[in-house]
Design a binder for this molecule. Structure first.
Ligand SMILES: [Zn+2]
Length: 109
């Protein structure tokens, strides 16, 4: 809310009566409004630890996905090596610079 001189409210956390210029959103503690002290000492730390927890979950998921991709790549490479050994696949597929050169020149080195 916009700052307003002499604004009176009751804090939904400490239930104190305040006369201030504004109140604060008390979420996620409750759906009401709260005083500056409760905001600084209870609401903000709760929000920060929730954000840290969320980020840790995202980091763990990304790490798991990266490990899965690495594992899949390795399995594909193993299958291709087996195919090459058995003669099903004559040559390993080109990767990186070799693939770019092939596209540009239209032939393998
Ligand atoms: Zn309070």
């Amino acid at each position: 809310m916009a700052p307003r001189l002499g604004y009176q409210f009751t804090c939904s956390i400490c239930h104190g009566a305040f006369k201030d210029v504004w109140d604060n959103n008390a979420q996620p503690i409750n759906d009401g409004r709260c005083c500056e002290l409760c905001c600084m000492t209870i609401v903000n730390p709760t929000r920060i630890s929730a954000a840290i927890k969320r980020d840790a979950e995202v980091a763990a998921r990304l790490k798991k996905e990266a490990a899965e991709r690495k594992r899949t790549k390795a399995l594909v490479r193993i299958e291709m090596l087996k195919a090459k050994q058995s003669g099903e696949l004559q040559r390993m597929p080109l990767t990186g610079k070799a693939a770019l050169d092939y596209i540009k020149q239209g032939k393998r080195k």
